[in-house]
Design a protein around this ligand. Structure first.
Ligand code: CU
Length: 639
């Protein structure tokens, strides 16, 4: 029997003001900017993305409403050495603003790295430097950009620079990151695309081992594990309409920007008949990896992968059965490259469900009967390859109202080459002549909170001892201390694991059934403090790492903890600066900026490819619900 098709609706009800620009909108934006700003063909597009509407527009939006679309553009005019920002009205098809931003640089752009490799490989001094190291075949050399940073030299204030580091790759498909061609560093003016000089710190041996990790290079493999199938014969438990995901009682919208990568918008939880907001916008806002090595030019290595690199555009296309298993739904991403051409990244965002063990359980001692519920979680994830490292950005949603952020770190160590065993105290020998340099990874996550609405306050909670005495005659008493973070200056805070310190975001105007304010708390995971010295170039530039948590009053243009433009910045912009205004934080629209750090002292086991390391934090309801919100989960036998 033929199925009767419903007529297609006139308006796509899945469309929303926060949807990323479509390929058509990206193309239109680039064309409008090209025409109206009269760009020459050396201009590169650093960013083309949705200019997100104001919150009031999003709040007032109902499916099917007309949507006004605007785009934001940042370009690097390489001939003029200038950065321009513009906005485009896609409704009217015109450039509505265009401005030169003095004293800043855009991030490095993919096309430039390709041009730089060609440029460097044609430079006689570089070719000579390779020859000194016994390398004649340029096809066996991989060139990668390393940011210059800002160490106070004249050229760092005036030129747009990139250093080139090289690796020896014996044959295509060999590990391209373990055989450093040490000590040879051309310095390139990116705007002029010319080699300024080739720095040579002296010849070191090329590490002898290939460091290959593919199964084709292994003589023996272990037996395959027993077959494990994860199937959902009735399909997954989530629904996807456009960028909107609903799963169990959660709802959220998935967005994407070229700098941040995946962004989660308007996260809410359906409680009875009520849709209760929790987070307005959650995103990775910076990832910076400072190194400890003093040898050669490695002291410069503290790249900001979002602010100086191209984190979002490093997103992987995921393949079913490899990165994730089970019933997967993928979302595609579209972005403009440096030339303004639309590039599609199919299967860039992965949605799936996972069984996560026991959700809650009790065996009744009288009846001996056991009640148990299994935990199911929704996983929203994407992977990014930034040079040698691969980062998974995973957000988990749980049935008990929790949200978890987890970064997965894998890929290849950033390796230097050393004479035999002459490794500095700042590196570890991980293979013959290979130094895995000590470093940290700092993930700053921006959480624009929205707990039961916009007016939120932040309270620090930690354990409090009670001295022995009349109030504590048996020495067992202890309680908690709660401190309201009243304004921005005092809200730069640090973890204190021995006191179980956490921060809760509460809504004073909404009470739970025991009379307290509803809230969500940020529970830190493992973390480290910065290791670089106060006043060092890294600490000046990445001031946010000084504290684990910052809280700011929401401001439209504050998206990144070191400010909008970071390449070769001297520091001074961002959280430490903004919070000097000391705006009040009580019953305000608050933004949490939490940094999860991981110190990485390379192990032999990290070579030639690293098993995944994890770092993250949790958001948990605290008095948001009136009781365990997962009480109503269905017993296992009824699944
Ligand atoms: Cu690492």
């Amino acid at each position: 029997m033929a199925t009767v098709r419903e007529p297609l609706p006139q308006t796509d009800l899945s469309q929303h003001p926060l949807d990323p620009l479509t390929p058509e909108e990206l193309r239109a934006t680039v064309a409008i900017v090209r025409k109206e700003a009269k760009l020459d063909d050396r201009v590169l597009f650093e960013t083309v993305m949705l200019r997100e509407p104001e919150k009031s527009v999003v709040r007032g939006f109902t499916a099917g409403d007309p949507i006004s679309r605007e785009a934001f553009v940042a370009v690097q005019d390489r001939n003029a050495g200038k950065v321009f920002e513009g906005t485009v009205s896609l409704d009217d098809g015109r450039l509505t603003s265009w401005a030169h931003l003095p004293g800043v640089q855009t991030r490095s752009i993919g096309e430039e790295m390709e041009e730089m490799e060609q440029l460097v490989k044609a430079h006689p001094e570089y070719i000579e430097g390779l020859k000194k190291r016994g390398i004649e075949d340029l096809s066996k050399v991989m060139v990668e950009g390393l940011t210059q940073g800002n160490f106070g030299t004249e050229e760092e204030q005036t030129k747009r620079l990139m250093r080139a580091h090289s690796f020896y790759v014996e044959a295509p498909g060999h590990n391209p990151h373990v055989r450093a061609i040490e000590g040879l560093a051309p310095v390139v003016d990116l705007n002029k695309m010319e080699v300024l000089r080739v720095e040579d710190f002296g010849v070191r041996p090329i590490p002898p081992e290939t460091g290959n990790y593919g199964s084709e290079f292994l003589s023996e493999q272990r037996d395959a594990p027993a077959r494990l199938d994860i199937t959902q014969p009735n399909g997954p438990g989530f629904r996807v309409e456009g960028q909107q995901i609903t799963w169990e009682k959660w709802s959220l919208r998935v967005g994407f920007t070229p700098r941040e990568g995946m962004v989660l918008n308007t996260i809410g939880y359906r409680d009875g008949d009520e849709e209760r907001p929790v987070v307005y916008r959650a995103s990775l806002a910076e990832l910076v990896v400072p190194y400890a090595e003093t040898d050669n030019d490695h002291f410069r290595n503290h790249s900001f992968d979002l602010g100086e690199g191209v984190f979002g555009t490093c997103v992987n296309s995921l393949r079913l059965g490899c990165d994730c298993v089970g019933e997967i739904h993928y979302m595609d991403i579209h972005m403009a490259n440096g030339k303004g051409e639309v590039v599609s990244y199919p299967n860039a965002i992965c949605l799936h469900e996972e069984d996560y063990g026991v959700l809650w359980k009790h065996t009744d001692p009288m009846t001996k009967s056991t009640s148990v519920r299994r935990s199911r979680r929704l996983v929203v994830s994407s992977f990014y390859t930034v040079g040698n490292y691969d980062y998974g950005i995973f957000w988990y949603f749980y049935q008990d109202g929790s949200i978890e952020f987890e970064a997965k770190l894998t890929g290849i160590l950033y390796c230097a080459a050393v004479e035999d065993d002459k490794v500095t105290p700042y590196g570890r020998l991980v293979a013959p002549n290979v130094s895995g340099m000590i470093h940290e990874h700092y993930f700053n996550v921006r959480l624009d909170m929205n707990v039961d609405g916009e007016a939120n306050s932040v309270v620090e909670v930690e354990a409090q001892h009670v001295p022995s005495g009349p109030d504590n005659p048996h020495g067992n008493a202890h309680t908690t201390k709660e401190t309201v973070l009243g304004s921005e200056l005092g809200a730069a805070r640090d973890i204190k694991p021995e006191l179980g310190r956490y921060w809760k975001v509460v809504n004073q105007s909404r009470k739970n059934r025991m009379g307290g304010p509803t809230g969500y708390r940020l529970v830190p995971g493992s973390n480290v403090k910065p290791m670089h010295q106060p006043g060092s170039p890294f600490m000046k530039r990445a001031g946010f790492v000084e504290h684990d948590l910052w809280v700011t009053q929401y401001a439209d243009n504050e998206r990144f903890p070191c400010g909008n433009y970071i390449p070769q910045s001297a520091g001074g912009d961002g959280l430490p600066d903004w919070t000097q205004r000391d705006l009040p934080l009580q019953d305000e629209d608050v933004v949490l900026w939490y940094t999860a750090g991981l110190m990485h002292v390379p192990r032999l086991e990290d070579y030639p490819i690293m098993p995944v390391e994890y770092v993250g934090f949790k958001l948990q309801p605290v008095g948001f619900f009136d009781h365990n919100p997962a009480l109503d989960a269905v017993p296992p036998h009824k699944h």
